[in-house]
Design a protein around this ligand. Sequence first.
Ligand code: PSU
Ligand code: MN
Length: 328
Amino acid sequence: MPDMKVSATVAEALAAGRPVVALESTLLAHGLPAPRNRAVGAELEELVREHGAVPATIAVLAGVPTIGLDEAGLAQITEDPNEVLKLSVRDLAPAAALGRTGATTVASTAWLAARVGIRVFATGGLGGVHRGSAQPSRQTSRAAGHEEADGAHGSDGHSYDESADLPTLAATRITVVCAGVKSILDVGATLERLETLGVAVLGWRTADFPGFYLPGTGHRLDWRVQDAGEVAAVMAAADRLGAPGALVVANPVAAPDALDRELHDRVLADALAAASRAGLRGKAVTPFLLAAFHRETAGASLEVNLAVVRGNVTVAAQIANAWSQSRR
Ligand code: PSU
Ligand code: MN
């Protein structure tokens, strides 16, 4: 195992059983525009502290998986997105061996956090199944006279684009607080995959699966929790049962902070069409769509994105507190 660096503050908190909340860095580096992203990174950490927990922002710095970035580390990750790789779980070993710097996604953040014993993690929205991942794309239809295959799709026309967040959560013991999955994805298909993968989804005071920029999606959840104590109880029960995977706590954005639904639907349709025209594939798709949203809503989606993450960080800190107390 290449060295991992756990900051002294995080290591002490973990050793003492005090509440710790992991934060991911891809949402800062590739989900939010610079230079705002750096201030947001600092603000989210402060929010965790205000709620009595210790923040652990995670990234890979010059090959070293780092749990608990200091100011210089945060600056490095947020300065220039072109200099910062987007690292999923499979990228951790090459990045470590080759000494590269990168931001960690939900998958790799959860995985690293779990390795050092952090039990609670806050993000914006999970990755999931991309729209059209299981449908032959229009562009590959030879019958329609197109000679070139669409670069974003396999030879059978399917993109098979499903975020590594999903299989990683299936095998990682952590509680992730999110506002559902990003609405740029196929939400129904993502929920089906979470079911297949054995990942429980708990609605935070709701039975309607949240829609990231929007409070709900109309997809019903089987489980609803009312407070952090209930989540801690589910975590304890999962441990006793030996459940291998993650718990997802789905926390909707407050209705007044949400994006206007019509604006959302219009921008989404345009952004998806632009991504398809650009022939984007793989890990470039999500940052492209988020950037298109921020641009086309004149920054409104950025404010919603921030409200979403702040809300999730607050709930995660409450859960980390309840978990820590239940262990005493
Ligand atoms: N949530 C946000 N903004 C983001 C992401 C999540 O509010 O930028 C990132 C997460 O790091 C997530 C990743 O793991 O998008 C998913 O990317 P992909 O679809 O390439 O797996
Ligand atoms: Mn992908």
